[in-house]
Design a protein around this ligand. Structure first.
Ligand code: SPD
Length: 380
């Protein structure tokens, strides 16, 4: 009973720390977009919202991010078709949506992209009064700093970012970013294809906030990363599932990865391990949003409300191994996920900022510097 109460308390605290407490500033620039992968479905998108047939729902989401059975059940229950295209980064998602040429109903951006998408007029109000299951969202995820009043988002899943290895190939001697950011060049490794994660990890390693807007601190992170990407052992940038597959194949010693993507693979191979480096790391919440160009907003809301059902929400997290922001779903979550410290960072780590929520950067010079640093690293 006491253990249960402690778990609940920890979850509530984590929830509170995961929504951010400040109103989000407006970001004026975007990191350079990478190419969207795995996109198979494209239809024409015009400035006028196309009207759909109400029978096909198109979702643009992070890869490996939903239990396919949930999708099949929804299709069967509603007599509709669900088409899912995937992306590996917020930047790729934004670039595709801004470029037009698609008619998605829903997407799953991270918390720190919401204000950017709003400014780009990509979102429409969700109207939570039309979502009876919104009541299941854990209190700490309601009315978040990145979307006051949950006008445009419901929380979908969350995860911290860690360093992963395949213990059958290599076991690190420490749990530190210095394994890849230090001077040694003996390990093969990849970094996430995600500017906020890569620059954020460097900032953390240097003792700064992942949300630092200090030009000298960002320059220090840039100088460090220049050396890191010049190492012989650096094998490039990759998405979460790509990194997991490279670890499974034994191609790399270490990979920066969203914890959920690694834990998904650990079910297949228990030698896959992940840790949160001692210098600190990032955490972020992905959301479900209704796109302004949605041809089928009614069907899209039905899907969102289904995802908010306790058993459905838990089934998704049990499949993906990502954190779950649905209070009513907790009792259905796999105990293994609830107990993994990399999955559930401790209260102390969240409070101290060792595990820090990525927030949108304030407008102006630092985001532009951020963009330049990322462009340079990618074009090395
Ligand atoms: N395969 C699912 C990946 C989900 C990643 N979450 C976003 C983290 C953004 N920093």
């Amino acid at each position: 009973m006491r253990a249960k109460a402690a778990l609940l308390q920890a979850s509530l605290l984590m929830c509170g720390l995961l929504v951010g407490c400040q109103k989000q500033a407006v970001q004026t620039s975007q990191t350079q977009a990478s190419q969207t992968q795995n996109s198979q479905t494209q239809t024409s998108q015009t400035r006028n919202v196309p009207s759909g047939d109400g029978r096909t729902l198109r979702i643009f989401m992070w890869s490996d991010y939903i239990d396919p059975q949930i999708v099949k059940d929804f299709e069967k229950a509603r007599g509709v078709r669900v088409v899912i295209d995937t992306y590996e980064s917020n930047e790729a998602m934004l670039a595709k949506l801004q470029g037009g040429g698609s008619s998605y109903d829903l997407a799953t951006p991270s918390n720190y992209f919401i204000q950017t998408m709003l400014r780009a007029k990509l979102l429409q109000p969700l109207k939570t009064e039309l979502l009876p299951n919104f009541k299941n969202v854990a209190a700490g995820f309601v009315n978040p700093g990145y979307d006051p009043g949950n006008m445009y988002t419901v929380p979908y899943q969350y995860a911290a970012t860690g360093l992963a290895y395949n213990a059958a190939r290599y076991v690190p001697a420490s749990q530190s970013w210095s394994l890849i950011f230090g001077p040694a060049d003996t390990l093969k490794f990849v970094l996430l294809d995600d500017p906020r994660e890569v620059i954020g990890a460097a900032l953390k390693y240097l003792g700064y906030s992942v949300n630092s807007a200090s030009v000298p601190q960002l320059r220090a992170a840039r100088d460090l990363l220049r050396k890191v990407v010049a190492k012989r052992g650096f094998l490039g940038f990759d998405g979460g599932p790509g990194t997991r597959n490279r670890l499974l194949a034994g191609d790399i010693d270490l990979g920066q990865i969203y914890v959920g993507d690694l834990l998904q693979g650990a079910a297949e191979n228990p030698k896959l391990r992940v840790f949160l480096p001692r210098e600190g790391t990032t955490i972020s919440t992905d959301t479900l949003v209704l796109l302004a160009a949605s041809p089928n907003p009614a069907l899209a809301r039905e899907f969102i409300d289904t995802v908010l059902e306790p058993k459905v929400s838990a089934a998704i997290s049990n499949y993906t191994s990502y954190g779950n922001p649905n209070a009513a779903a907790r009792r259905y979550l796999a105990p293994l996920l609830r107990d993994n410290p990399a999955f559930n960072p401790s209260q102390a780590d969240l409070k101290s900022g060792r595990v820090e929520l990525i927030e949108e950067l304030p407008p102006g010079k630092p985001p532009r510097l951020f963009d330049r640093v990322w462009s340079e690293l990618k074009s090395r």
